[in-house]
Design a protein around this ligand. Structure first.
Ligand code: N2P
Length: 357
């Protein structure tokens, strides 16, 4: 009898363990069926209440996973073995994913809310006709800083960052294109430069910035700057807006040498299992009230023209976060530089990070 109980316990425990492991695997790798939708997005890039609202409205359960760079996201999708239904890459990554056959076409007839997007964010060169991608947020890369911690000093350019008075005061966002781009711009080169001598010069210039760099970090950059752990941060504009709402002493500048103008769009990766649900989710995020709620929560700029009506005037009229067409034209959008060149950018950035340590 004792043996029988033991056997029963073993069988019971293993069955449970198996159930647990499979459900864990499903959720960690993104399991999508008809009633689930796996969304793969940047960290801190959605109001969690909107996920709940979508689930309630549609009866679809959302499995939400995050990434912190286009490169990490692309690798994961290209590897396969995942079932992401919606992802949110930036423009150069969209162009690369299209080239590699990693995206499914989007059916515009299922997106009645697409009409709310400002036409200046549609039909851009990385995806003519928006066949594969629908605008989510847009912005710039710039400098957020605390004038009080710098004794009232103003920062206006990338080159100001090399000032020896900024020793151990700068936090950098952990992105190869962003940081290589700022070094290139500081040398008055394009942030899409493919001349290897220029790229090496940019890497040497970054190495020379090392004494001023406190750390290269992920999403925690916002908390560190708001808490005045460092005086300066190289960040995406929306992160700056969020930091500034936490600590009003900080300011955000678009450096005078120029910088990156980026567009993050929603796509349906090849890995999708719930294509219908993916369209429902995209259309839900395009709803002007939802888009405004999302923009207000995360701090990023919405491409949804109708949503702007629901946002505070002082936000949408702030040129730092909603640069005019005239200013935007002077900024550069990342181009898809091809596999080899992108790998070279990553390699130099990695070498710089090692040099820093
Ligand atoms: C939000 C990240 C924004 C990504 N944490 C900019 N492309």
């Amino acid at each position: 009898m004792k043996k029988l109980i033991q056997l029963f316990t073993v069988v019971f425990v293993s069955a449970f363990a198996l159930l647990y492991v499979t459900s864990y695997l499903n959720s960690s790798e993104g399991y999508s069926g008809k009633n689930t939708l796996t969304v793969y997005n940047w960290g801190d890039y959605i109001d969690p209440d909107l996920i709940k609202k979508f689930e309630k409205e549609t009866g679809i359960k959302v499995i939400y996973q995050t990434f912190d760079s286009n490169e990490a996201m692309m690798t994961k999708i290209a590897q396969g073995g995942t079932t992401f239904d919606v992802a949110v890459p930036s423009e150069y990554a969209i162009s690369k994913m299209k080239e590699e056959g990693l995206l499914l076409p989007i059916d515009h007839s299922k997106l009645p809310n697409l009409k709310y997007i400002d036409p200046r964010f549609l039909n851009l060169s990385f995806d003519p006709g928006n066949k594969y991608s629908i605008p989510y947020f847009w912005g710039t890369v710039g400098i957020v800083y605390n004038p009080e911690m710098l004794g009232g000093k103003k920062i206006t350019s990338w080159n100001d960052l090399w000032d020896p008075n900024l020793k151990n005061q700068i936090l950098l966002v952990d992105g190869a294109r962003e940081i290589m781009g700022m070094a290139l711009n500081s040398l008055h080169y394009s942030l899409n430069d493919t001349n290897k001598a220029h790229l090496q010069e940019a890497k040497r210039k970054l190495d020379a910035l090392t004494p001023n760099i406190k750390a290269i970090v992920g999403d925690e950059i916002k908390m560190l700057l708001a808490n005045e752990e460092a005086a300066v941060g190289i960040v995406w504009s929306g992160d700056a807006a969020e930091i500034m709402s936490e600590n009003e002493k900080l300011d955000y500048v678009i450096p005078k040498e120029g910088t990156n103008l980026w567009f993050d769009n929603m796509v349906i990766p090849k890995t999708a299992k719930n294509i219908e649900g993916a369209h429902q989710f995209i259309n839900f995020m395009l709803d002007p009230k939802n888009a405004a709620q999302n923009a207000e929560y995360v701090g990023y700029s919405t491409p949804n023209a109708k949503a702007l009506e629901y946002l505070p005037k002082e936000i949408v009229e702030d040129e730092r976060f909603y640069p005019s067409d005239e200013l935007a034209e002077k900024l550069e959008v990342y181009e898809n530089l091809g596999k080899k060149m992108l790998a070279y950018y990553n390699e130099l950035f990695l070498e710089f990070k090692m040099h820093k340590k």
